[in-house]
Design a protein around this ligand. Structure first.
Ligand code: E4P
Length: 216
């Protein structure tokens, strides 16, 4: 399973890339707004320049034609940019046109298997089921990811599944177990994934033991 960072923060992205584990980035208008940079294009281009993989940038408009026009513009910003479009009837139309033009689309805000099926049929390169937001309303977000992976396999769809709205390391483990191709995770979750108390204790003990001999 590939790990993408779900953030628009340049420092977080730089660190994740330096660690050698981040294969892409997903942003959304809320995450970009959090950075306080009103220049959406400049921020998105900066992110694309840092990341050695796909960077999803969401359209900021509604309506089929407007999404197509903005999607075409966004696609010109960098060779690794992926246009993010919502999983709606209008989003499907926009995705069909953009994908036929060779533009990669990540269909976002997916909350059902039917939406995912339609997203794939419309030509989406990626579909993003939102695990945490489904869990928040008492649903089972990871079950949806599992079902999508299964159905896409049944029909050999090339659309990749991005487990999104990830809240904690257990979500990551579960996404890998059910076969999601990608999990897009907050930076804090990435850091949590690196930690284990026995590793920390082990390092201290190894160094302390060596020091006992080195001091002699
Ligand atoms: C996915 O691409 C979205 O940016 C993201 O995962 C949304 O997650 P949230 O529920 O934490 O806002």
């Amino acid at each position: 399973m590939k790990i993408f960072l779900d953030t628009a923060n340049l420092e977080q992205i730089k660190h994740g890339v330096k660690m050698g584990v981040v294969g892409g980035v997903t942003t959304n208008p809320s995450l970009s707004a959090k950075e306080g940079n009103a220049d959406y294009e400049a921020l998105s281009k900066q992110i694309c320049a840092i990341v050695p993989g796909p960077v999803s940038v969401e359209v900021l408009v509604e309506g089929v034609e407007a999404m197509i026009q903005q999607g075409r513009q966004i696609a010109k910003w960098a060779p690794n940019v992926v246009v993010k479009v919502p999983s709606t009837a209008e989003g499907l139309e926009a995705t069909k046109t953009l994908s036929k033009e060779g533009i990669k689309v990540n269909m976002t805000l997916c909350f059902s298997l039917n939406q995912a099926l339609l997203d794939a049929l419309a030509g989406a390169a990626y579909v993003s089921p939102f695990v945490g937001r489904l869990d928040d309303i008492g649903d089972d977000g990871m079950k949806l990811v599992e079902d999508i992976v299964k159905v896409f396999k049944n029909y050999n769809f090339s659309t990749e599944v991005i487990a999104a709205s990830i809240r904690h390391p257990q979500h990551c483990i579960a996404a890998a177990k059910v076969g999601a191709q990608i999990a897009t995770i907050p930076y804090a979750v990435l850091l949590q994934m690196t930690q284990h108390p026995l590793t920390t204790i082990g390092i201290s003990r190894f160094l302390a033991d060596w020091q006992k001999v080195a001091k002699k």
